[in-house]
Design a protein around this ligand. Structure first.
Ligand SMILES: [Zn+2]
Ligand SMILES: [Zn+2]
Length: 347
């Protein structure tokens, strides 16, 4: 099968084409797993963190990609998994998200927080992902895709959308409270669409270094859009930061209203400007019960809930398609901040 393989952890500055296009053997499923014929795979900023070693894959080579859409190929093993996934049928359209598995019996798994499980395994990092024609996956970690959502639309919903949805839930926003979005790429543009549906009376303020992204935000209904260091006309009840650096955290803390919460939706931050943290000013950036919370991974419930919400509210991502062979180009554009909506590989 065709696949894009990551063979070594490397900075994109040193190697602008870290993935190699290869013909490799199809995965062999074991009990409890299903084989997926992949049609689309979303490109996520986390792939850059894997390639550059901020969250390195435990084994190389590996196939990246954790926003996978495809059809179920195997039916021979379905009889083994019917307790876990009774609705799955051969030919059915399903998605795979970042969560590839969790232990199922720790305190976190038993309390609806399988995203925090110490044995959490990630798709496209700890197991091979969707930058390939086929992938195997545990049958109880796939999600039927609602009919009204196309394959290309569904792919970005599986991480950018679902983790963004988790971030939005963690904001504890009430309708009418103002929301800030720092960074406006694959995830936050879907968060904006979701927030407008869930919190119709809330105004949304978007911060981006890129003027095209600011224009894009206004076209989607943001009340205001400015550069990362610009000050909006009012304080903000909650802010979601999706940027890879630290400056926006410092900026966001200043903009939060008393009791406000900053939610950091980034698996890792780059080290470049970390020294801004030493200059944090306690009275203006931390006092008055301001909170900082990170978003870690995603649960299956988040993905299911979000797919349902997306179908109900007709939330569709804006996306650009790239052929599988051009995955390096998509990743490089993401690194360079050339982003409008989400990027999706067609396979
Ligand atoms: Zn992702
Ligand atoms: Zn667990």
């Amino acid at each position: 099968m065709k696949a894009m393989l990551l063979r070594e952890v490397v900075s994109l500055k040193q190697n602008e084409a870290p993935l190699s296009f290869t013909n490799t053997s199809e995965p062999q499923t074991s009990e409890g797993e299903v084989l997926l014929h992949v049609t689309r795979c979303g490109v996520c900023h986390t792939e850059l963190d894997e390639i550059e070693g901020r969250t390195p894959p435990p084994q190389l080579p590996v196939i990246l990609g954790h926003q996978v859409v495809g059809t179920l190929e195997s039916d021979s093993l379905l009889s083994n998994t019917q307790d876990l996934a009774p609705a799955l049928q051969k030919g059915q359209r399903v998605g795979v998200a970042w969560i590839a598995s969790a232990c199922g019996h720790c305190e976190y798994c038993l309390s609806g927080q399988e995203n925090l499980c110490p044995e959490f395994k990630a798709t496209g990092r700890d197991i091979n992902g969707g930058y390939a024609e086929y992938m195997k996956v545990r049958a109880d970690f796939v999600y039927p895709i609602p009919d009204s959502i196309s394959d290309s639309e569904a792919a970005p919903l599986l991480c950018a959308g679902a983790v963004g949805y988790r971030a939005l839930k963690l904001c504890n926003l009430k309708d009418g409270h103002s929301l800030g979005l720092m960074g406006f790429g694959g995830s936050n543009h879907i968060v904006l669409k979701t927030a407008k549906y869930k919190y119709p009376d809330s105004e949304i303020f978007v911060f981006s270094r890129n003027p095209q992204e600011r224009e894009f935000a206004l076209s989607l209904g943001a009340a205001w859009a400015g550069a990362i260091d610009e000050v909006p006309p009012q304080g903000l009840g909650a802010i979601i930061d999706t940027t890879p650096v630290w400056g926006p955290i410092s900026a966001a803390l200043k903009l939060l209203k008393p009791g406000g919460r900053l939610v950091i939706n980034a698996i890792r931050k780059e080290e470049v400007d970390k020294d801004v943290l030493l200059k944090l000013d306690y009275p203006s950036q931390l006092w008055m019960e301001k909170e900082i919370k990170s978003v870690a991974n995603v649960t299956r419930a988040d993905v299911r809930e979000f797919l349902q919400l997306a179908a109900e509210a007709n939330i569709k991502p804006d996306y650009q398609e790239f052929e599988l062979e051009n995955a390096n180009k998509a990743l490089l554009e993401m690194k360079q901040g050339k982003i409008r909506g989400a990027k999706v590989l067609t396979i």
